[in-house]
Ligand binder design. Structure first.
Ligand SMILES: *Cc1c(COP(=O)(O)O)cnc(C)c1O
Length: 395
């Protein structure tokens, strides 16, 4: 008796419905490219890449083949053995990482990579203080939540780690917050959940300079901005930064669940066996997915494509929404787009889904966020833009 859409939705809701706010009662069954199909085979344009992860779209043949082949060969391999796929993937990832980030730790999610990065920073500096920014989002495990600003996520879970929050982009306040007790400063190059906003190059350069002068580890959260999302391999490359640590997850395996921390020689020198660990981290199946994902980003020039398609999306949005007083601003870097509204965004996201079968995301309360797959076509962008223009009040 669980065949119908309503029954499947109710079944899932009754068992794992505790923490997720859902939009409607759609039961997704499969995906192909930028499209998702529900159990009734109705199709939806996914301008969110399943929460910013499916850079290659859904069930990309190269990813599917790599996962299938690896599954037939070896799924699990503990980290006290070397593994051929893990070695190859490490080398491939290092290929695309900034030069100073010579070392990698494999985790299984974004939050987990943030937790690891905080540990590494404390170990490297022998200090405990952590500074983060207002409107930041870094995940929801106890460590990652501690550096996440949003009060509604934090409120009921105190005491968390003791973290100082400074306004994102305010160098003066940052200067005052970074002390001789500070182990780490953690920054997103572009705040995703916080509203698709970034800070000035001067802020980022100034922040890096302060960290260097004061022996503070600079951690950049590239979980949402990594792997071409912003039109470069990593978001911090827009600001010529040289972070000590970056955290990765979402696009790392194009949706295959995995995370990673990349870090410098200085941090490597302080690590010791047992300093950190993960049972599943670096498993061959995830590594095969990551290897195929990065290989495809390279082979199909998808980082460049994110730039081109991002510019096209931006220009289409800007021209189409020109007369819309509800739109305060369109912000875009690569294929990371925020349409800031003068109203709450919830009802418009619902209308997009219900009336136009288009999936988008919120960022904060009043920003409509688009994180489409890097393989998106101009035709698909046009469909999305027209749907957005149709649901927003045109006056
Ligand atoms: C999604 C996200 C996280 C958390 O990743 P999870 O895999 O959900 O733990 C952390 N930081 C940023 C910037 C994110 O977008």
């Amino acid at each position: 008796m669980i065949e119908t859409r309503t029954n499947l939705a109710e079944l899932e809701e009754s068992i794992i419905g505790g923490t997720t706010a859902r939009r409607g009662d759609v039961v997704m069954a499969r995906g192909e490219g930028c499209w998702l199909y529900d159990v009734d085979d109705k199709c939806y344009l996914d301008l969110a890449s399943a929460q910013g992860v499916a850079m290659l779209g859904h069930s990309h043949p190269a990813l599917v083949q790599a996962i299938q082949q690896q599954a037939e060969t070896l799924i699990s391999c503990p980290n006290f053995f070397y593994n051929d796929t893990r070695a190859q993937f490490s080398a491939k990832l290092k290929d695309v990482l900034p030069d100073q980030l010579n070392h990698i730790f494999f985790a299984n999610s974004g939050a987990e990579s943030i937790d690891g990065a905080l540990k590494f920073a404390r170990l490297a500096t022998g200090r405990s203080g952590i500074v983060s920014t207002m409107r930041s989002f870094h995940g929801r495990t106890i460590g990652a939540l501690s550096v996440t600003w949003e009060p509604k996520y934090r409120k009921k879970f105190a005491p968390l780690l003791d973290v100082d929050f400074v306004p994102y982009g305010n160098l003066e306040k940052l200067d005052a917050a970074l002390t001789s007790e500070t182990a780490a400063l953690i920054l997103e190059p572009l705040q995703g959940e916080g509203g698709v906003n970034t800070a000035s190059p001067d802020f980022f350069q100034g922040a890096q300079k302060l960290c260097r002068e004061r022996g503070i580890t600079l951690i950049i959260d590239e979980i949402q901005t990594g792997f071409g999302r912003t039109g470069k391999w990593f978001g911090h490359q827009h600001f010529d930064l040289e972070p000590d640590i970056i955290c990765m997850a979402k696009g790392l395996g194009s949706g295959f669940p995995m995370g990673a921390i990349a870090y410098t020689d200085c941090i490597q020198e302080m690590l010791f066996p047992g300093a950190h660990g993960s049972t599943f981290g670096g498993n061959p199946l995830a590594c095969a997915a990551g290897l195929a994902a990065i290989q495809t980003y390279q082979d199909d020039n998808l980082i460049e494509r994110a730039n081109e398609m991002g510019d096209y999306l931006n220009s289409r949005l800007t021209e189409t929404l020109a007369g819309y007083t509800i739109v305060r601003e369109v912000r875009q870097l690569g294929l990371m787009v925020g349409i800031e509204l003068r109203e709450k965004v919830g009802r418009y996201l619902r209308a997009l889904m219900e009336e136009h079968n288009v999936i988008a995301l919120p960022a904060g309360s009043n920003v409509l966020r688009l994180l489409p797959p890097l393989i998106i076509t101009k035709e698909e962008i046009d469909i999305g833009v027209e749907a957005i223009a149709a649901v927003l009040p045109n006056a």
